[in-house]
Design a protein around this ligand. Structure first.
Ligand code: F6P
Length: 534
């Protein structure tokens, strides 16, 4: 019998066991929480007990997580389907050497980081300016990893934002660029085209539109553009001065790229010093992940909880619930990080996966989510493992009473999910309100909370650049560990290609230049509707 089967048996055996009872063991919180630096990860409100944890750790060891981890950090070609190393950790390393194919890559990484800082400082201090004066606005045009990470981090670091306003445009829907550019002064706007490949249709279409907008008022629009890309030839073709092009290597995956040039928008917003702090936080998590024993290793523990809930217990989704308004884009960022990385149906060898692939990740910041979808989380028929996140301290000392309430809400939700409310309790409440007989029974049943629902909580001191860096790196490594345990390649994304190809072939059909004869009746019908109105 495999370890997977053993774990599934554990789940079956324990499914009736109540979390509340598990807390009769006073040691439970101490045994099932782990820290790194000031950060604390509490997974005691899950059904993982000592036996389950040792099986899960064995699963990780059998999958050779430690060896794969070392292979990643040392530049081995672990992205086997694309023949690439995976070295985003080098982007946040303070120094080298780190070798890929026998060459130290850190020289280039550090030189680019320095060039970015010089450029960011010049923009922030007004030494580099647009035709109409110093830059008031920056528009970052990118999508997927070239948007979600920097957009999420720029918002997260709002208290540190003292540079120009930074806007992010991603969608090819003209509404996005239209609404963003509306009201901006083209003579004082810097446009960053962020695209690893510099071929992504959404980004290139938006970049062209931004250039046309700029050209109406600016004599040399190319001079107010910068590019973040691995494709120096294509950025040159687009007319961007090589001095304003910040390159990176193909061993940086799109969804792992905010630590390098793709993070320029963050750096422009908060400044190179705070950006360095963000990198240092990421690097601190790297060191912890690389050196800590698996049993005390935060990314490994998060991954094991994830595997337990998704592949063993069969809970298909995972809610990420930051009680931190400035992390409101974190769930969207994690959707790409986790679902593009681990949404795979075959193993590295191309065999069918024998367990489910990674979970559907979703979420919203608390407390907003409480007034929207928590109803289902508490009383729906499906179990949704919840991941709560909260800072011990906010950035607004004058509003400490808000923060206390925020924390109280966060802790209350995990407590409520675990404890629930039994029928007797609900009946007592209804009785106290004077209800009797059938009406009492009926109303009481609506007020029952099954409880026994799992959640984890990550608590950190304050959302500083350093802490944000730790959180992002924590999630990156968690995804990596889950991928290794599943035996998949977390670093390719072939699943996005088919739709892209079909969109390309449909464009001429929509224009009426291609009859679209090969298309199915549904697609033809929808095209006909579109054409009848255009
Ligand atoms: O959606 C697929 C994808 O390749 C992502 O992995 C990537 O982050 C995004 O497109 C954008 O790619 P690029 O940075 O090359 O424009």
């Amino acid at each position: 019998m495999s370890l997977w089967d053993d774990l599934k048996m554990q789940h079956a055996a324990k499914s009736g066991r109540s979390l509340a009872e598990m807390f009769e063991n006073e040691q439970r919180f101490a045994d099932f929480s782990a820290g790194f630096g000031d950060m604390l990860f509490d997974y005691s409100k899950t059904h993982i007990g000592p036996d389950t944890l040792s099986l899960l750790l064995e699963l990780a060891r059998n999958a050779e997580v430690e060896a794969r981890r070392e292979a990643m950090f040392t530049g081995a070609e672990i992205n086997e389907t694309e023949g690439r190393a995976v070295l985003h950790t080098a982007l946040r390393a303070p120094e080298g050497p780190i070798h890929v194919d026998g060459e130290d890559v850190m020289e280039e990484v550090l030189a680019t980081r320095k060039r970015m800082a010089k450029f960011a400082r010049a923009v922030r201090e007004g030494d580099v300016e647009g035709q109409g004066g110093s830059y008031t606005d920056v528009v970052n045009i990118g999508i997927g990893g070239s948007d979600l990470g920097p957009a999420m981090a720029t918002l997260a670091l709002a208290p540190y934002h003292d540079g120009p306003r930074v806007h992010y445009v991603s969608n090819v829907d003209g509404a996005h660029i239209h609404d963003t550019l509306k009201g901006l002064d083209p003579t004082r706007t810097l446009v960053i085209v962020a695209s690893k490949t510099f071929t992504t249709i959404e980004t290139m279409t938006n970049a062209q539109t931004a250039r046309d907008w700029m050209a109406e008022k600016v004599d040399e629009p190319g001079a107010q553009f910068a590019a973040l890309s691995t494709a120096a030839d294509l950025t040159a073709q687009f007319g961007i001065d090589p001095d304003r092009v910040f390159g990176f290597a193909d061993w940086v995956g799109g969804r792992y790229s905010l630590w390098g040039p793709i993070g320029l928008g963050i750096m422009l917003a908060v400044g190179p010093e705070d950006f360095d702090d963000f990198l240092a936080g990421g690097h601190a998590m790297d060191t912890h992940f690389r050196e800590a024993d698996l049993a005390d290793n935060l990314p490994v523990l998060l991954a094991l909880v994830g595997i337990w809930h998704n592949q063993i217990c069969g809970y298909a989704t995972r809610a990420v619930l930051p009680y931190d308004q400035r992390l409101s884009r974190l769930p969207a960022y994690l959707q790409q990080l986790e679902m593009e990385s681990n949404g795979k149906r075959v193993t590295m060898e191309g065999d069918d996966l024998e367990v489910n692939s990674g979970p559907v990740v979703w979420g919203e910041p608390g407390t907003n989510g409480q007034h929207a979808f928590y109803q289902l989380i508490h009383q729906g028929t499906r179990v949704v493992p919840c991941e709560f996140m909260i800072a011990a301290e906010g950035h607004e000392p004058d509003l400490a009473h808000h923060h206390r309430l925020l924390v109280a809400n966060c802790l209350a939700q995990s407590e409520a999910l675990m404890r629930g409310r039994a029928l007797e309790e609900a009946r007592a409440l209804m009785e106290a309100k004077g209800l009797k007989g059938h009406e009492l029974d009926r109303q009481a049943r609506h007020r029952v909370f099954p409880g026994n629902r799992p959640s984890t909580t990550l608590i950190y001191p304050k959302l500083t650049p350093h802490v944000l860096g730790q959180i992002i790196a924590l999630y990156e490594h968690r995804v990596f560990v889950e991928g290794v345990i599943l035996g998949i390649n977390s670093f390719d994304q072939w699943g996005v290609e088919l739709g892209k190809e079909l969109a390309k072939s449909l464009e001429p059909v929509l224009r009426g230049e291609d009859p679209g004869t090969g298309k199915d009746a549904s697609t033809r019908g929808l095209v006909a509707y579109y054409r009848s109105r255009n």
